[in-house]
Design a protein around this ligand. Structure first.
Ligand code: NAG
Ligand code: NAG
Ligand code: NAG
Ligand code: NAG
Length: 382
């Protein structure tokens, strides 16, 4: 008997992906029904819209009540929920204290870092102890940084997109350099938001802010002066490859099956149509053929984007105080599924190397087991 119970529990955990919807259970019990846990079962990551639920379930009574409750759950499910690999809890919260976090990255040596832009800090997070500590708080000539995005390179350095200081390179000992103050046209570079290395080592950077410090702080949420840069390590040049966007934000590179960079994709926040833009990468730091690659539901602000190993693009979006995660197939267009995130602000996402652990920054630091592993980062392949 004991063994059997154990096996049943294993089966439920293994495949179950199930939990119960609280308001349904309450209603179910109030109606005096039995087996309420079964009636009110939903997939673990499913979201039920509460107002819809209230309206739908309000008048339920009589002999069909159990069925009607099930139907309301179906009817009030939000979007097409993405399948994940998590079984018990969909999301795990890693850090207790609140704060606005972005830029999660795993470096080559396995350390995990995030940024607190408004505190001007890059922090190292101990994922086992669930604690974080300041790694570096960059400043240049008395101007404090506002780090927003992080990437790792082959030598364990961290490259930082900084809203006030542009592009920074931080060594393992915490010392840092401001890579450039001017672009290859001798123009003051714009403050940066996010960045990604392609597999050939070119670094692509979104710049949603006005000229770096000492100029006063401006951003492109109303006036579309946002740009995209490419940094070529060999020539040590920062090249503006595109401009004229509202608040360019999360950025990712799609490669072909040989690992050759193929498409540059980035999101634009504060555009009511919530577009993801794409360009074809034709040679190192050269792009052409600007297109809308996909659109998210109107009004949302796209933030972080990242590919999984199957070529699906995962996108976080903040919509009127709630956060959602959307997934696009390899060809863009419209999202194939979505998940509601248990945080008001989701910013960036990052996979742990060689795993399906997806870390999501924002008000909280969340972990989710994705269905697939992440696409390898540059610092993992070389
Ligand atoms: C770059 O611009 C500065 C002024 O901002 C000027 O003094 C300098 O001569 C320029 N350099 C080149 C190579 O054009
Ligand atoms: C950098 O620029 C040089 C010269 O244009 C080019 O040959 C090289 O492929 C570029 N990319 C990298 C990653 O060095
Ligand atoms: C907003 O995005 C759409 C594409 O979805 C684009 O046509 C439009 O120009 C963008 N608006 C601005 C102000 O950039
Ligand atoms: C945003 O949310 C608030 C409160 O939930 C609601 O009153 C408001 O209508 C929403 N605004 C939009 C544009 O959806």
């Amino acid at each position: 008997m004991k063994t059997l119970g154990f096996l049943v529990a294993m089966a439920l955990l293994g495949f179950g992906l199930a939990s119960k919807y609280g308001p349904c259970k309450a209603k179910c019990r109030a109606l005096g029904l039995r087996k309420c846990s079964r009636i009110c079962r939903i997939a673990t990551c499913d979201t039920i819209a509460l107002s819809c639920w209230k309206t739908c379930s309000d008048s339920i009574n009589g002999p069909n009540a159990a069925n009607d409750l099930r139907e309301c759950l179906q009817q009030c499910r939000v979007g097409n929920t993405c399948e994940t690999a998590s079984n018990k809890n969909c999301f795990i919260k890693i850090l207790k204290e609140n704060g606005h976090r972005e830029g999660p990255v795993f470096t080559k040596d396995g350390h995990f870092y995030i940024v607190l832009p408004f505190d001007g800090e890059i922090r190292r997070v101990d994922l086992k102890l669930k604690k974080s500590s300041t790694f570096v708080a960059p400043s240049v000539n008395g101007f404090n940084g506002m780090p927003a995005g992080l990437q790792c390179d082959l030598e364990n350095n961290i490259w930082v997109a900084d809203a006030r200081l542009g592009l920074l390179k931080v060594d393992q000992d915490g010392s840092f350099t401001q890579v450039a103050t001017k672009d290859n046209q001798n123009e003051t570079i714009q403050g940066c938001n996010d960045l990604i290395f392609d597999y050939h080592g070119n670094l692509w950077i979104t710049a949603s802010f006005g000229p770096i410090a000492s100029k006063s702080f401006t951003d492109s949420r109303k006036d579309p002066f946002g740009s995209v840069y490419c940094y070529n390590m060999t020539t040590n040049e920062i090249i503006k490859v595109a401009t004229g966007f509202l608040y360019p934000n999360g950025i990712a590179v799609q490669h072909d099956s040989n690992g050759t960079p193929k498409k540059l994709i980035f999101g634009s926040s504060y555009n009511i149509t919530a577009p993801l833009w794409s360009f074809d990468i034709v040679s190192p730091c050269q792009i052409e053929n600007k297109q809308v690659w996909g659109n998210l539901p109107a009004n949302g602000n796209i933030n972080g984007i990242d590919f999984d190993e199957k070529g699906n693009l995962i996108v976080t979006l903040i919509d009127n105080g709630s956060s959602l995660l959307f997934v696009f197939g390899p060809n863009g267009g419209t999202p194939t599924c979505q998940l509601k995130l248990p945080t008001t602000r989701a910013t960036n996402i990052q996979f742990r190397p060689d795993s399906n652990e997806l870390y999501i920054t924002g008000d909280a630091l969340l972990k989710l087991r994705w269905k697939y592993n992440g696409m390898k980062q540059y610092c993992e392949i070389a």
